[in-house]
Write a protein that binds this ligand. Structure first.
Ligand code: GLU
Length: 505
C-alpha cells in the first residue's frame, strides 16, 4: 500500500455523542484544525453515533456548542453540510451495509452465527486457561451447506473481519515511526452487528475514505485498531490515510485523564469561568510548543506555526491549577474592563442563569440585598463546609465517605441531569445505606452549599450541574480526610454494579 501524496489536506474529528463534551475531543479537534489550516486544507466534523443505545442528540448539540465555544469552526459537518453529506453515521447505514457486502463477497469478512451464550462460554474458558480472550474462528470456514442451514433457520449473525493468524502488521505513524503489532493479538473484529448497524471500525474506515480524509490525527487509544483498519483499506483496495496518534492527556498523577479524578467535561470549565481563548491556548500547550516557546497564543497563531513533527510524545499533563493560572493572565493582561464585564454577563450574570435562581430566592428575601448572601454558592466553584457538619449522628466518617462515593458513582451512571434525577440519585443512595431522607439532606446541604441552610437542594443540584456537584462531593471527601482506599472502594462499588467495575468515561 502506498502512502498518500500530493492530496489536499483534509482532517476530521469524529466524536461519539455519548455524554458530556470531553476535553479530549476539543484537544483533538484543535490539533486537526491547526494542521488542516496550516496547509490551507479542510477540517471536518463527523458524528460517530452508531452505538444507538449510548448516543443522543443532546450530547451531539453539546459537542457542537463546546467546539464552537472553544473557537473551532469546521468546513463540513452535520450542521453545516458539505459535499460528503451526511456527516452523521446513523444516516449512512446503507453505505456501510453495501460496503460490508463487498467484503463478504471477496472473503475478507465472514458471517458469524455464534450465539452470545457460546461466546460467553468461550471467553470464560479462555480466561480460566489464562489465555487472551478472542474469537476462536468457529464460523470462519463454514461449508456452504452449514451456512445454508443457519440461513434457513433464520439464525441472527454478525459479520467479522478475517484477521491473519500469524505474522506482524506494520504501519507508519507520523509521530512514532513504524508501529508493529502481531496479528495473533488481534481479534476477528465484528464489523456489522446483528441489528445491521456497523461497528466503529467499519464505519470509520469507510467514511475516512469516502470523505477523502488525508490525515487521521486521533488519540493514542486507537493505535491498536490500526492493523484492523489497514486490513480494511487493503480489502477495499484503497490507499490508507496518513496516521498520527496523539499522546493521551493525563492527570497530574500521570493516570489517564478521567472524570473519576478530574472534571473532563468542557461544560465544567465554562462554568468555572475559564475563558474560551485561555482554554484552547492551554490545550495547545499539551504536547506542542510554539517555535519561539511563547506560552500565550491564539488558535490562528498556532495554526500558522503548526508542525506535527514538533509534538512531543511524553504524556501531556492537564493540570487545572496551570489552566487557572493561564486564565488569570488572559483576564488581567488581555481583556480590558469592558470586555471583562461582557464576559461576566456571558458567564453567570446572564438573564438565563439569574432567571433560574430568582424563583428559589424570591420566597426567602425581604430585600434585594439578601439575594447575594442567599445565592452566593451558586456563583463559586468549591465551598468549604465545616467538618463537624458532615457527620451524621452516630455514623462515622467512613460511613459518610461511603455515601459520597455512592453518590459519585450514581452520578456517573445516570444519563442527563435535572432536579428529578438529582432527587432519584439521592433517594437511591439513602435507601441503600438505610439513611433517613431528611438526614441525608441535612448532610448534603453543607457538602453542596457549604452551610446548613440553603436553597432547595435538588434545584440547587440542577443549577450547579453534574460536574460542579461532582466536584463538591469530591471536596466533601477531602474535608472528611480523603477518599476511601482502593480496596474498600472496590468492595463498596461491587455491591452496586454487577461486575464490580466503575463505569469509564
Ligand atoms: N468515534 C471515535 C471517538 O469517539 C473516533 C476515533 C477516531 O478518531 O478514529 O474517539
Amino acid at each position: 500500500m502506498e502512502a498518500r501524496s500530493c492530496q489536499r489536506v483534509r482532517t476530521r474529528v469524529a466524536p461519539s455523542p455519548t455524554g458530556d463534551p470531553h476535553v479530549g475531543t476539543v484537544y483533538q479537534a484543535l490539533f486537526n484544525y491547526a494542521f488542516a489550516k496550516h496547509h490551507g486544507g479542510d477540517f471536518l466534523l463527523r458524528i460517530e453515533d452508531t452505538d444507538q443505545t449510548r448516543s443522543s442528540r443532546a450530547s451531539e448539540t453539546a459537542i457542537f456548542e463546546a467546539l464552537r465555544w472553544a473557537g473551532l469552526a469546521w468546513d463540513e459537518g452535520p450542521d453545516v453540510g458539505g459535499p460528503c453529506a451526511p456527516y452523521r453515521q446513523s444516516e449512512r447505514t446503507a453505505i456501510y451495509r453495501e460496503h460490508c457486502a463487498r467484503l463478504l463477497e471477496s472473503g475478507a469478512a465472514y458471517r458469524c452465527y455464534c450465539t452470545p451464550e457460546r461466546l460467553t462460554a468461550l471467553r470464560l474458558e479462555q480466561q480460566q486457561a489464562k489465555q487472551t480472550t478472542r474469537y476462536d474462528g468457529y464460523c470462519r470456514d463454514l461449508t456452504e451447506q452449514e451456512r445454508r442451514r443457519f440461513e434457513v433457520a433464520g439464525t441472527p449473525y454478525v459479520v467479522r473481519l478475517r484477521v491473519p493468524d500469524e505474522g506482524v502488521c506494520q504501519f507508519p505513524d507520523l509521530l512514532r515511526g513504524v508501529v508493529e503489532l502481531a496479528w495473533d493479538s488481534i481479534d476477528d473484529q465484528v464489523l456489522l452487528k446483528s441489528d445491521g448497524f456497523p461497528t466503529y471500525h467499519l464505519a470509520n474506515v469507510v467514511d475516512d475514505h469516502l470523505m477523502d480524509i488525508s490525515h487521521v490525527i486521533r488519540g493514542e487509544e486507537w493505535i491498536n485498531s490500526g492493523p484492523k483498519h489497514l486490513l480494511l483499506y487493503k480489502a477495499f483496495d484503497w490507499t490508507p490515510p496518513i496516521f498520527c496518534h496523539l499522546p493521551l492527556l493525563r492527570n497530574p498523577d500521570r493516570s489517564k485523564l478521567s472524570k473519576r479524578h478530574n472534571p473532563t467535561s468542557v461544560t465544567y470549565y465554562r462554568r468555572l469561568g475559564i475563558l474560551p481563548e485561555a482554554f484552547t491556548n492551554y490545550l495547545g500547550l499539551m504536547g506542542w510548543t510554539m517555535p519561539d516557546e511563547r506560552e500565550l497564543f491564539s488558535i490562528h497563531e498556532m495554526a500558522q506555526a503548526f508542525d506535527l513533527s514538533r509534538i512531543s510524545l511524553g504524556g501531556p499533563i492537564f493540570d487545572e491549577a496551570k489552566l487557572r493560572w493561564l486564565n488569570g493572565k488572559y483576564l488581567r493582561e488581555k481583556l480590558d474592563e469592558a470586555e471583562v464585564l461582557r464576559r461576566l454577563r456571558l458567564w453567570c450574570f446572564s438573564d438565563e442563569y439569574l432567571a433560574a435562581i430568582v424563583p428559589l430566592v424570591k420566597t426567602r428575601m425581604d430585600t434585594l440585598a439578601e439575594f447575594v448572601p442567599l445565592a452566593d454558592y451558586l456563583f463559586t466553584d468549591v465551598v468549604a463546609p465545616d467538618r463537624s457538619l458532615l457527620v451524621l449522628g452516630e455514623r462515622d466518617e467512613e460511613g459518610m465517605k461511603e455515601v459520597l462515593h455512592l453518590l459519585l458513582h450514581a452520578l456517573d451512571t445516570v444519563r442527563g441531569w435535572d432536579r428529578e434525577l438529582a432527587q432519584a440519585v439521592v433517594r437511591g443512595v439513602a435507601e441503600r445505606q438505610g439513611i433517613e431522607f431528611r438526614a441525608i439532606l441535612r448532610f448534603l446541604f453543607p457538602v453542596l452549599a457549604g452551610r446548613k441552610d440553603a436553597l432547595p437542594l435538588f434545584e440547587t443540584m440542577e443549577i450547579l450541574g453534574k460536574d460542579l456537584v461532582r466536584r463538591r462531593l469530591r471536596n466533601g471527601l477531602e474535608v472528611l480526610g480523603g477518599p476511601l482506599g482502593n480496596k474498600k472502594l472496590r468492595k463498596l462499588l461491587s455491591t452496586v454494579t454487577e461486575d464490580g467495575v466503575e463505569r469509564q468515561d
